[in-house]
Design a protein around this ligand. Structure first.
Ligand code: R5P
Length: 312
C-alpha cells in the first residue's frame, strides 16, 4: 500500500514540511472555487493507497471544514484503501456540549460529517476536549505538542515559575506542563460572557512574587489569557508573563490585548498558518511537522503511537 499525503489549502506549508520529513512529494491536489463560493477539489488517482489528508480546520473554519469533507469524499471515491484525516486544529471542538437550550453539539456534527465523508481515522493535536474521542465512531489519535512546547519554553522560564490554567478546562493541560517542568499549578476561574469577552476573578494557588506561565490549548481573541494575566498581576505575579498554547488563532483583537500586557514570550505551534500580527508580539513558533511525520510514518507501518499521545 503506497503512502499518499493530500494537502488541504488551509495550511499547505505544514503538509509540505511533513512530506519533506517523510521523503515524499505531496499528492496532486487542486481546489477550484466557483464564483458562488462552492469548492471543487481534484485529486490524483489514489486507488489502493494509504492516504493522509492534512488539513487543520482553522479560520475560515466553515470553508476549511467543507473543503476537508470534499477531500475525504474524493479520496473514498477514488478507491483509497485507507483514509486518515490529520486535523491538527479541529474547528468546532469547543462546542462539545450544549450550554443552553436550542444549541447544537457542533463537535459531534463535524466529527459525524468527517466520518460520513470518508475519514476512517482522525489525528488531532491537543484537542480542546477529550470528549471528541467518545463522540467519534472511528479511532481518534489524540497527539500532544506539550512536550515540544515545554522543551522550547524551559530555557525562557525560571525554576520558580508557576504554571497557570486560565480556566477550569485547562487544569489537566496545566498539570501536564507542570509535571514536565517540575513545578506547581495555579488555577484561575473564568466565566465566558460572550464569544469575545470573559470574566476571570478567583485564583487558586500562590503566585505572589513568582513568574507565571499561562497555558491553554488555544488562543482565539486573547480574552482568556488577558483576563487571567490581570488576575495574576493583581495577586503579585512577576510582570514578565510567559504564555504557551498549541493553537495560535490570534484573532483580532488578540494582538492588541497582548501588547497591553507585560508579556515576555508567547509560545505556539504551527498547527495553523500564521499571519503577521500588528502590533508585533514576542511569538515563538514551534513546528509540529516532526510530530505529524512521525505519527503518519508509524500509522502507515501499523506501529504504536503511545508516547506521542495525550496521557490520561
Ligand atoms: C476555551 O475553553 C479554550 O480553551 C480557550 O481558553 C478559549 O477558546 C480561548 O478563546 P479566547 O482567546 O477568545 O479567550
Amino acid at each position: 500500500m503506497t503512502l499518499q499525503l493530500v494537502p488541504g489549502s488551509a495550511h499547505r506549508a505544514l503538509a509540505e514540511a511533513v512530506a519533506g520529513l517523510l521523503g515524499l512529494q505531496l499528492s496532486t491536489c487542486q481546489v477550484d472555487r466557483f464564483p458562488d463560493g462552492e469548492l471543487r477539489p481534484r485529486l490524483a488517482c489514489l486507488r489502493g493507497a494509504d492516504v493522509y489528508v492534512i488539513a487543520p480546520t482553522g479560520p475560515a473554519v466553515n470553508d476549511h471544514v467543507v473543503e476537508l469533507l470534499l477531500l475525504l469524499d474524493a479520496c473514498r471515491r477514488s478507491d483509497a484503501a485507507r483514509v486518515t484525516a490529520v486535523v491538527p486544529y479541529f474547528g468546532y471542538a469547543r462546542q462539545d456540549r450544549r450550554s443552553g437550550a436550542g444549541q447544537p453539539v457542533g463537535a459531534r456534527v463535524v466529527s459525524d460529517a468527517l466520518v460520513t465523508a470518508g475519514a476512517q481515522r482522525l489525528v488531532i493535536v491537543d484537542a480542546h476536549t477529550p470528549a471528541l474521542e467518545a463522540m467519534c465512531t472511528v479511532p481518534v489519535e489524540m497527539l500532544t505538542a506539550v512536550p515540544m512546547l515545554v522543551t522550547a519554553l524551559a530555557s525562557a522560564v525560571s525554576r520558580e515559575a508557576v504554571v497557570v490554567a486560565p480556566d477550569l478546562g485547562a487544569v489537566r493541560l496545566a498539570e501536564h506542563y507542570a509535571a514536565l517542568l517540575e513545578t506547581s499549578v495555579a488555577v484561575v476561574r473564568k466565566t465566558r460572557r460572550s464569544p469575545t469577552d470573559v470574566l476571570a476573578e478567583e485564583l487558586t494557588g500562590d503566585v505572589d512574587g513568582r513568574p507565571v506561565i499561562i497555558v491553554d490549548d488555544m488562543i482565539s481573541t486573547g480574552a482568556t489569557i488577558e483576563a487571567a494575566a490581570r488576575v495574576l498581576l493583581d495577586h503579585g505575579a512577576t510582570p514578565e508573563i510567559v504564555v504557551a498554547a498549541t493553537h495560535g488563532l490570534l484573532i483580532d483583537p488578540a494582538a492588541e490585548r497582548f501588547a497591553a500586557l507585560p508579556l515576555s514570550a508567547l509560545f505556539i505551534t504551527d498547527s495553523l498558518a500564521q499571519r503577521e500580527t500588528t502590533p508585533a508580539l514576542p511569538v515563538q513558533v514551534q513546528s509540529i511537522a516532526p510530530l505529524l511525520a512521525d505519527t503518519v510514518g508509524r500509522l502507515h507501518r501499523d506501529q504504536a503511537l503511545d508516547d506521542l499521545l495525550i496521557q490520561s
